[in-house]
Design a protein around this ligand. Structure first.
Ligand SMILES: *Cc1c(COP(=O)(O)O)cnc(C)c1O
Length: 404
């Protein structure tokens, strides 16, 4: 019997409303559905499939480790987990790693760690978390309460206490919310789900200043921005001199599509997670770690990262060219291959209509909120594929304007 999109609604939770086709396979930046349609994918599983679909290196890593063992539990250790931890420490300039299976879990762990560290070291009142409006940190109850979107944490009964939301990139607002009871300030270097909005240099400086003054930790959520996504360096915070987070979380692209997450921190902070304090069955499994190691072998190279930057700049230029022709965007922004194009006032709240029209023309894009079109293609995308996307977007925008 044929699998249809209607069956999705019949059998799956109504949490998502996926696009109308049923995909069956992919290769590189292309995806295919069960009616033999071919799509150019600029979403890469929401910044996850860093090396594209069915990448030969990723397949090889998967097969190789599958022939040894997939999972052991944390009762026993293995070569791959230790190797990946060493590699991440070297890349990030931290000393300790804890492995989990997703971005949410990484943030959950980071937040618990910050609270425990501050309560142990200072006093029982130092547990407050300061985060930012429109931020996204995942879907466990703590991470939705910390995240800056009220609708994600409402309707589940009492919220977690001690969380304050300041305005992003607003020096005064963050200053008003941080105090001596703050355990940590948590932020994204570029708010991804919130609309591809970069933290400004002054904002980062202010956070550094407040963290010193109030002995608060800085947690940087690099779940979306990390692993080369923004080009130049593996993690975005490394591009900012003088900005030193205490804890960094990473996930999404780390193992090229295999679930994994990690928390990076210092010896001093990691020390409070003594045996039994925290744990994970699958976290640090040799399978995900082996695949991540082989992905990093490709991504953690200066020339690879440089290309991500150049291709990002190139695609932003193409978008600007389209905007010169159609005046549809009020801003085109982002770094590397995390790019957002904000629809102007005239097309307010129409981002998902735009996305659906792209899908119809066999171009897969994302939205970030109701007004931003987001592009997070595989980091391996080629210039000529970006040119192809430009041509399709030209048609899409023409039709979009006609319909609106
Ligand atoms: C995607 C994302 C998360 C959540 O990651 P999951 O793997 O879905 O749990 C957290 N923070 C940021 C910034 C993200 O983009």
């Amino acid at each position: 019997m044929k699998i249809t999109r209607e069956q999705y609604d019949k059998y799956l939770f109504p949490c998502y409303v996926p696009q109308q086709m049923v995909l069956t396979k992919g290769k590189g930046v292309y995806l295919f559905d069960n009616e033999n349609n071919k799509y150019l994918d600029l979403s890469a599983g929401i910044a996850v499939n860093a090396l594209g679909h069915a990448n030969a290196h990723v397949i090889k890593a998967i097969v190789k480790q599958s022939n040894k063992f997939l999972h052991l539990s944390n009762v026993f250790t293995n070569d791959k987990t230790i190797k990946l931890a060493k590699k991440l420490c070297k890349i990030s300039h931290f000393q300790k790693v804890f492995f989990v299976n997703s971005g949410t879990e990484a943030n959950e762990c980071a937040l618990k760690l910050a609270r425990k560290y501050c309560i142990d070291k200072y006093n029982e009142n130092k547990f407050e978390i300061v985060s930012f409006e429109n931020s996204f940190h995942g879907r466990t109850f703590l991470s939705v309460c910390v995240g800056g979107k009220d609708s994600y944490s409402s309707g589940f009964g009492p919220k977690v206490q001690g969380i304050r939301h300041a305005k992003f990139n607003d020096l005064k607002s963050v200053e008003q919310n941080v105090n001596d009871n703050t355990a940590a300030i948590v932020l994204e270097m570029i708010q991804g789900e919130g609309g591809v909005i970069e933290a400004s240099e002054e904002f980062l400086n202010k956070i550094t200043e407040l963290s010193i003054k109030h002995k608060a930790l800085i947690i940087v959520d690099e779940v979306q921005t990390g692993v080369g996504r923004t080009g130049k360096s593996i993690y975005t915070y490394l591009q900012h001199k003088g900005f030193k987070p205490d804890i960094v979380t990473t996930a999404k692209g780390l193992a090229g599509g295999i679930p994994i997450g990690a928390i990076l921190t210092t010896d001093e902070i990691a020390k409070v997670f003594t045996p039994g304090t925290h744990g994970s069955t699958f976290g640090g499994n040799p399978f995900a770690c082996a695949v991540a190691l082989d992905c990093l072998k490709i991504i953690a190279k200066d020339d690879f990262l440089q290309k991500v930057s150049s291709k990002g700049e190139y695609f932003k230029e193409l978008l600007s060219k389209l905007n010169d022709k159609y005046q549809i965007f009020s801003q085109i922004r982002g770094q590397g291959l995390l790019i957002g194009a904000q629809l102007n006032e005239k097309y307010k709240d129409k981002a998902s209509d735009f996305m659906a029209l792209c899908t119809k023309e066999h171009l897969l894009v994302l939205t970030a909120g109701k007004n931003v079109i987001r592009f997070t293609p595989a980091l391996t995308i080629k210039y000529k594929q970006l040119d192809k996307a430009y041509k399709i977007l030209d048609e899409v925008i023409y039709k979009f304007i006609e319909q609106n």
